[in-house]
Design a protein around this ligand. Structure first.
Ligand SMILES: Cc1cc2nc3c(=O)[nH]c(=O)nc-3n(C[C@H](O)[C@H](O)[C@H](O)COP(=O)(O)O)c2cc1C
Length: 170
């Protein structure tokens, strides 16, 4: 397996060292390089470095608190009028995550779409208000990026769920 796929783990603890602008640009370029159905490019990526906004985003769901410590956050948004918006946004997001790990920058998906009310508000509505996202767009994930505070153990081959593989027929 290529190194960044092998090294990828959900990184939820980030060092104070900011991610360099050149590396951030490479991560964003990786998102923009993703394929999309009918080449519709239904994604919109909102890059957040402002600490106050990061703090607000960290309160979006019960499972998002750590994003406040990220060097930057990308809100993965998209246009649901495209039938494959979830697929297209997911592929673009994974491109960014893998590009991050190729540069030793960690990340972790934070689900926003289809998450139940938290503090009296749907997480997607909350994020849309914080980031002033137009009504016609959805927010699928937040992707926080930062140098890992600790290097997480790589997944060992012996723990791969190989029972999920089927050859020729189920
Ligand atoms: C679509 C998706 C949504 C996720 N949402 C969250 C989340 O909201 N908060 C969180 O801490 N982790 C989230 N995760 C991370 C998973 O919990 C993690 O990928 C899984 O436990 C496997 O661990 P690993 O990424 O280290 O291999 C999400 C992962 C995916 C793929």
């Amino acid at each position: 397996m290529i190194d960044p796929i092998n090294k990828r783990r959900s990184v939820r603890s980030y060092s104070d060292k900011p991610v360099e602008k050149e590396i951030m640009d490479e991560i964003l370029k990786a998102g923009l390089s993703a394929p999309s159905a009918h080449h519709k490019n239904p994604w919109e990526f909102i890059v957040v470095t402002n600490q106050e906004t990061k703090e607000k985003l960290s309160m979006a769901t019960p499972w998002s608190s750590f994003v406040r410590d990220a060097s930057f956050i990308v809100a993965i948004c998209g246009d649901p009028s495209s039938d494959q918006w979830v697929e297209d946004l997911s592929i673009a997001a994974q491109n960014m995550v893998i590009e991050g790990f190729a540069n030793n920058v960690g990340s972790c998906y934070v689900q926003i779409y289809n998450i139940d009310e938290h503090n009296g508000k749907l997480p997607m509505q909350y994020v849309k208000e914080v980031l002033e996202i137009p009504d016609n767009l959805n927010v699928l994930f937040l992707l926080p990026f930062g140098y890992p505070r600790e290097v997480l153990e790589m997944r060992s081959d012996s723990r791969l769920p190989v029972d999920k593989l089927h050859f020729e027929k189920y």
